[in-house]
Design a protein around this ligand. Structure first.
Ligand SMILES: C[S@@+](CC[C@H](N)C(=O)[O-])C[C@H]1O[C@@H](n2cnc3c(N)ncnc32)[C@H](O)[C@@H]1O
Length: 153
């Protein structure tokens, strides 16, 4: 089965190339950007202002077909390989990115946000309010917790 999606808008980001996006353990994602929604989807933004954080689903549009074949990779947060579905790597079969951003303000079709890690011009697929109901003590961080522990020694 194949699916097709249309962009609902684009990201205005300070990052023009992948090298500029902070990477590795402890990388901070506090860059501000704008999610610009296309006019035909503006009505869908009704009531979004009440949410402090948003889940942003977007397309890794600058990957090659070859990048999408990789099922094991070594992320910048570790020196050991992991399965793609246990990482946030852009190199994955379906090139869908997921970022939680803080909604700073809405200006018509433009959502001013903090926490972008996408490149400038990245197509947006969807927005949803971020509502986490998982208590901190129930969250397990897998290999990342081990990599952080090794790095802090
Ligand atoms: C580690 S991924 C994580 C992205 C997202 N937070 C996620 O979990 O799906 C972030 C990297 O994706 C790359 N990237 C950002 N926007 C991209 C785009 N439009 N196409 C391809 N790669 C992109 C950059 O190199 C950035 O460092």
């Amino acid at each position: 089965m194949m699916f097709s999606f249309q962009p609902i808008g684009h990201v205005h980001s300070p990052y023009k190339s992948a090298q500029e996006v902070p990477k590795g353990l402890g990388a901070k994602h506090d860059a501000e950007g704008i999610l610009e929604i296309l006019p035909q989807f503006e009505l869908g933004l009704t009531d979004i202002e009440g949410f402090s954080h948003l889940i942003v689903l977007w397309l890794f549009d600058r990957l090659t077909e070859e990048d999408r074949q990789e099922l094991i990779g070594t992320p910048p947060t570790d020196n050991r390989p992991h399965g793609v579905f246990a990482t946030r790597s852009p190199r994955r079969p379906n090139p869908i990115g997921f970022t939680v951003v803080e909604l700073l303000r809405r200006d018509g079709r433009s959502l001013h946000v903090r926490g972008v890690d996408m490149l400038d011009g990245t197509p947006l697929l969807d927005l949803k309010p971020y509502l986490s109901s998982i208590p901190q003590e129930k969250l397990r961080r897998g290999w990342l917790a081990e990599a952080e522990a090794r790095a802090s020694k």
